[in-house]
Design a protein around this ligand. Structure first.
Ligand SMILES: C[S@@+](CC[C@H](N)C(=O)[O-])C[C@H]1O[C@@H](n2cnc3c(N)ncnc32)[C@H](O)[C@@H]1O
Length: 254
């Protein structure tokens, strides 16, 4: 019987190559075939061996450059042909990365695989901005949600459950829907002066961070026009951001 390859679903973290896990770094350094997303930056791709076969299935904003079903078929096909594959994904493969769908497709096809977790954008961006996602007496929990609308429809979120002043909300893919997000949360009772940090390209040398409030988020976002990838951190912890040497994040920084 033909040898089947193994697929490693590898999280590459939020951008800074030093935030790779040792396991991810080892797999990247020894990769023969790599299938990667748009979120994976050059500084991480630079760690691939010169002879590695690179397959870019990167996603454009708002649509998938290569449809997910095709990516699934590609991974299965490469493994069936005997290749060991490093499937490199931004952040953590199982957090808004469609790694779950890829794992299901591999399992259904009987392909051996392993999932290598990565630092997700919420942790990376919060740490790089000095925002403690939980803080005793301020935030007892964190919720990770997507601001991406299915087929460009309305944002279908449970506003009543999200509007919890004691829980930090981290919104992935939330730039385009920030106005709807702010209206939904304030409409459900979250105070309009709740702070919002917007973090663009967190953990990279190009990181930019701004601080707004739910009540003026729409106007601020229009003014700042953050570019992808960017993340929103909503909650009182933003007012408690600490960087080495204090002070906290400046209001409407930059
Ligand atoms: C398709 S999701 C993938 C998330 C990824 N699996 C993770 O665990 O971080 C892409 C979104 O993650 C967020 N993101 C990823 N990396 C980021 C970074 N370095 N800075 C800010 N946001 C980031 C953005 O909201 C972006 O639109």
């Amino acid at each position: 019987m033909m040898h089947r390859g193994k697929v490693h679903l590898v999280g590459s973290g939020p951008g800074d190559p030093e935030l790779l896990t040792l396991k991810a770094a080892r797999l990247i350094a020894g990769a023969g075939v790599v299938v990667f997303d748009r979120l994976v930056g050059e500084s991480i791709l630079d760690l691939l061996p010169a002879g590695a076969r690179r397959m870019d299935v990167g996603k454009e904003t708002g649509r998938h450059a290569v449809p997910q079903a095709e990516i699934n078929r590609l991974l299965v096909g490469l493994a069936m042909d005997g290749h060991d594959v490093v499937r490199l994904k931004g952040g953590d493969p199982f957090i808004f990365g469609r790694g779950g769908e890829e794992a299901q497709a591999l399992a259904a096809a009987g392909i051996p695989f392993e999932v290598v977790p990565g630092i997700t954008a919420a942790s990376g961006c919060a740490a790089a901005s000095g925002i403690p996602l939980t803080l005793r007496g301020i935030a007892e929990g964190v919720r990770l949600v997507t601001g991406h609308r299915q087929d460009d429809g309305d944002l279908d979120l449970d506003w009543a459950s999200l509007a919890d002043p004691r829980c930090t909300l981290v919104v992935y893919m939330g730039v385009a829907s920030a106005e709807r997000m702010a209206a939904g949360l304030v409409g459900a009772g979250l105070p309009a002066d709740t702070p919002v940090a917007i973090i663009e390209r967190g953990t990279t040398p190009e990181q930019r961070t701004w601080v707004s409030r739910l009540g003026c988020l729409t106007a601020d976002m229009e003014r700042w026009a953050p570019k992808p990838p960017a993340l929103l951190v909503i909650g009182r912890v933003v007012d408690h951001a600490v960087v080495s040497g204090w002070p906290a994040l400046a209001e409407a920084a930059q």
